[in-house]
Design a binder for this molecule. Sequence first.
Ligand SMILES: [Zn+2]
Length: 142
Amino acid sequence: MGTVQGEGRGGGAAVHPAVAFLREAQARAVEAARAASEPALLLWPTHPVEFLLAGQEVSTLETRAAEAHIRLHMPEAVLLRVEAERGILADHADADGCCAVCADPAAGRRALEWPCPTVLALARAWGWSAQTGQGGGEGGSG
Ligand SMILES: [Zn+2]
């Protein structure tokens, strides 16, 4: 809980708000995924999800689509995605104010300012808004 936003890594350099937002969103997702999977793996379907209507199992195009959607958000899937994103974030690290890997082909392959468009896109995927400087989606500031 808490104060990830203001914490640097001891170096004194301020973390860009989009990156702080991204790291916090990923940490919350990991925490929620672990909390959901650790005590009760059996709660999660290992075989087709059953949709019941008045006690009867229903299987339609819509319920199968809903099942596919649910499976995309299973704890294991969330943890995999966050791990991959953290790898991307580590690759696109801050190297003296520029991205460690991104370069602008229109400017003689000069390194792009950090956070680069890739890092900002990751943050947007979690609800970051450059206009408001904060998450625009669900949740709020709790
Ligand atoms: Zn980059």
